[in-house]
Design a protein around this ligand. Structure first.
Ligand code: HEC
Ligand code: HEC
Ligand code: HEC
Ligand code: HEC
Length: 131
């Protein structure tokens, strides 16, 4: 629920940007936030220049001319015939990081490096949704 609220907040603030199907390079998308697990942020700029990575690698339902839809619009707990978000993100995000790590290329966090994705705030600092 908390994650959903955070997401809706992000979507509201990102609505203008999303109107042009342009990659928001500097923008951090908060994918998940909880006190216990910390925050997962996603940055297109660390992903947009990869070779072989197209928008559809992640925005897999995108048809040409369309705007990318938030993953959570379809992937939410209890959705019918759609993998729940934890499963979908862990699969899509870590399969590629594992692949690039294996190849000795630049890579993001592999599955067991939970804390590199789920980042907890530093002591004394409040965590805020959207920066
Ligand atoms: C490595 C995965 C990945 C790739 C590749 C990718 N995106 Fe995204 N994109 C995401 C994720 C994750 C989100 C956040 C979705 C959500 O909020 O549920 C997102 C969100 C967006 C948004 C909404 C951003 C906002 O804050 O309003 C736009 C627009 C977008 N992507 C455009 C693109 C375009 C255009 C490309 C190709 C040039 C692209 N993306 C490639 C993962 C990716
Ligand atoms: C318009 C609805 C919709 C959106 C938006 C959407 N998905 Fe999905 N996704 C589905 C459906 C339906 C399935 C199950 C059928 C299938 O595999 O295509 C699925 C399946 C998946 C799977 C499992 C595929 C496999 O190989 O087993 C992953 C991973 C996934 N989505 C990740 C994402 C991510 C990440 C985003 C956002 C960047 C996203 N999805 C956006 C509808 C959506
Ligand atoms: C198609 C491959 C691919 C997919 C899919 C992918 N990544 Fe990455 N990711 C990379 C690569 C390669 C890097 C290293 C980029 C660099 O160091 O310049 C990276 C770096 C990262 C980093 C570390 C840099 C940073 O931004 O702080 C994080 C965190 C990350 N990815 C999160 C995610 C999340 C979350 C998803 C799923 C929504 C995802 N990645 C999907 C390839 C991918
Ligand atoms: C590549 C980044 C990444 C790595 C590595 C990662 N996660 Fe996640 N995880 C995510 C994202 C993104 C979500 C958001 C799913 C959602 O939107 O509900 C998530 C969701 C979760 C959830 C679901 C919480 C809920 O409310 O359903 C749990 C639990 C979790 N992760 C635990 C872990 C653990 C434990 C590890 C290490 C073994 C780990 N994650 C590694 C990105 C990552």
């Amino acid at each position: 629920m908390r994650a959903l609220i955070a997401l809706m907040f992000i979507l509201a603030s990102g609505a203008v940007l999303a109107q042009q199907a342009e990659i928001p390079p500097e923008k951090e998308v908060i994918l998940y936030q909880s006190k216990k697990l910390g925050t997962v942020t996603f940055l297109h700029k660390h992903h947009s220049t990869l070779s072989k990575v197209e928008c559809r690698t992640c925005h897999h339902t995108l048809n040409s001319g369309e705007e990318p839809k938030p993953c959570h619009e379809c992937h939410f707990k209890g959705a019918k015939d759609v993998p729940e978000p934890k499963k979908a993100f862990h699969l899509r995000c870590t399969e590629c990081h594992e692949y690039t790590t294996e190849k000795g290329l630049k890579a993001g966090p592999i599955k067991k490096k939970c804390k590199l994705c789920h980042v907890k705030p530093k002591k004394g600092k409040e965590q805020v949704a959207g920066r």
